[in-house]
Ligand binder design. Structure first.
Ligand code: GDP
Ligand code: IMO
Ligand code: MG
Length: 427
């Protein structure tokens, strides 16, 4: 099967961008199918570091077509800024295609995101304030503006003005905010539409034709399983489906077209934003992981909460995504700990919980059941084969395979392309 899904197995920021870039050298098409510029995917090539938000992480490979699919919420302002940034670094952006069915993010979405978070007070979700939730709300409520209408001079202005009027009522009367300037926004977004138009096409046809011709398609997940609207730690989730099933709708592929599902998994656990986190280390060990792993958000710069690897989560991800293998990332960050811990179950009162619970009330009261393994002191960053890893690091990887029942096919020991150990064919 020539279609590979890359899915985040935890709370996002697992290193998806690095793996996409690595696998894209063999891919013909890379597709983003959900989320928007709330994503921050870091790719390091040589000494150059790229932070990608809306643009697929295949962009640094010359021969790859990069698709922003229909399931994405598309922010034209962010898109243009990102294109300009890439061009300034000498990266060609000619291969990008934007779905005519994707929904557009406008300033009122960002403003409502910000105001809604403020209004939640102590219950705030901790969103990226990129307008993602409000934009998906419009899509579901059937008042959103799609890319096909955004770039259509005959219809855009009138539907946009109606939406600005409706959203200003919400901003002013519900949140007590300042109304947005309709005329200025219309003028600005008409200019953006001209810029975006040449990229727009029916991307589901592009993907279908590629598959028909036997080409390799890589589906790039943003966020992660625990941020999924259904499977995540609701309400501390994003507003899309970052799980494997979400890709069929978000990119226009039939479920029978999906071959490998790679679960991108950090060798430990992190999350940004609020919500319960069973293995969180709110202590000097967590601080040490944060510094060693440079765990600060690519999109918002926020420090990420850090904790030991939680295999209750990884097993749950494996089940709901149909994960066929794991890419174990940032293993090098665990170097230097005398022992490393793996959470293999939860204790809830007197009961041991096997499956990741839906209720945050329950999750918030769960205690991790740890297994402690000996650590290693050797630097892993130059290891290129599994055999060259220290014995204790190999044992850690093998224990993860045993606890999750999923083979670890990729091991990442540094941010660079070359710092990647591959143990089995992905395509
Ligand atoms: P994504 O959102 O899943 O693409 O992940 P992010 O880019 O937000 O965060 C992952 C971070 O880890 C980035 O800064 C990467 O450059 C970095 N990274 C990826 N793999 C490795 C690795 O194996 N070791 C180390 N030290 N850093 C890594
Ligand atoms: P990548 O693709 C980590 C989190 C936010 C917040 C919640 C809702 O880089 O892994 P939103 O703005 O989506 O409404 O915020 O989701 N979040 C992410 N956390 N990585 C991401 O993307 C994220 N995208 C959203 O921090 O908790
Ligand atoms: Mg990220």
């Amino acid at each position: 099967m020539s279609t590979v899904v890359i899915v985040g197995a935890q709370w996002g920021d697992e290193g998806k961008g690095k793996v996409i870039d690595y696998l894209a050298k063999e891919a013909d098409v890379v597709v983003r199918g959900q989320g928007g510029n709330n994503a921050g995917h870091t790719v390091v090539v040589g000494d150059q570091k790229y932070a990608l938000h809306l643009i697929p992480s295949g962009i640094l490979n010359e021969n790859t077509i990069n698709v922003i699919g229909n399931g994405v919420v598309f922010d034209p302002q962010g898109f243009i800024k990102e294109i300009e940034g890439l061009k300034a670094k000498g990266v060609s952006t000619d291969s990008i295609k934007v779905s005519d069915r994707a929904h557009v993010v406008f300033p009122y979405h960002r403003e409502i995101d910000r105001l809604a978070e403020e209004a939640r007070g102590a219950d705030m979700i901790g969103t990226t304030k990129k307008g993602i939730g409000p934009s998906y709300m419009d899509k579901v409520e059937r008042s959103g503006i799609r890319v096909c209408d955004f770039v259509d001079e005959e219809v855009f202005e009138s539907i946009f003005r109606k939406q600005i009027e409706a959203k200003n009522k919400i901003i002013v009367s519900i949140y007590g905010g300042e109304p947005l300037d309709a005329d200025a926004m219309v003028a600005e977004y008409k200019e953006y539409a001209k810029f975006v138009k040449p990229f727009v096409t029916d991307t589901s046809v592009v993907v279908y034709d590629a598959l028909k011709e036997g080409k390799k398609v890589l589906l790039e997940g943003a966020q992660g399983t625990l941020l999924d609207l259904d499977y995540g730690t609701y309400p501390y989730v994003t507003s899309s489906h970052p799980t494997a099933g979400g890709f069929t709708i978000g990119s226009g592929i039939g479920p029978n077209q999906i071959g490998e599902v790679v679960g991108i998994t950090k060798a430990y656990t992190t999350r940004v934003g609020k919500g319960p986190f069973v293995t969180e280390l709110d202590n000097e060990i967590g601080d040490r992981i944060r510094i060693a792993g440079n765990e600060f958000g690519t999109t918002t710069g926020r420090p990420r909460r850090c904790g030991w690897l939680d295999t209750v989560i990884v097993k749950y991800s494996a089940r709901v995504n149909g994960m066929t293998c794991i890419a174990l990332m940032l293993l090098d960050v665990l170097t230097g700990f005398e022992t490393v811990k793996i959470c293999k179950g939860y204790r809830y009162g007197d009961v041991e919980i096997e499956h990741f619970p839906a209720s945050l009330n329950v999750l918030g009261k769960c205690e991790p059941i740890y297994e402690e393994l000996p650590g290693w002191t050797e630097d892993l960053s130059d290891c290129t084969t599994f055999e060259s890893l220290p014995a204790n690091a190999r044992a850690y990887v093998e224990r993860i395979e045993a606890l999750t029942g999923v083979p670890v096919k990729i091991i990442s020991v540094g941010p660079k392309r070359t710092q990647t150990i591959v143990r089995g064919a992905i395509y």
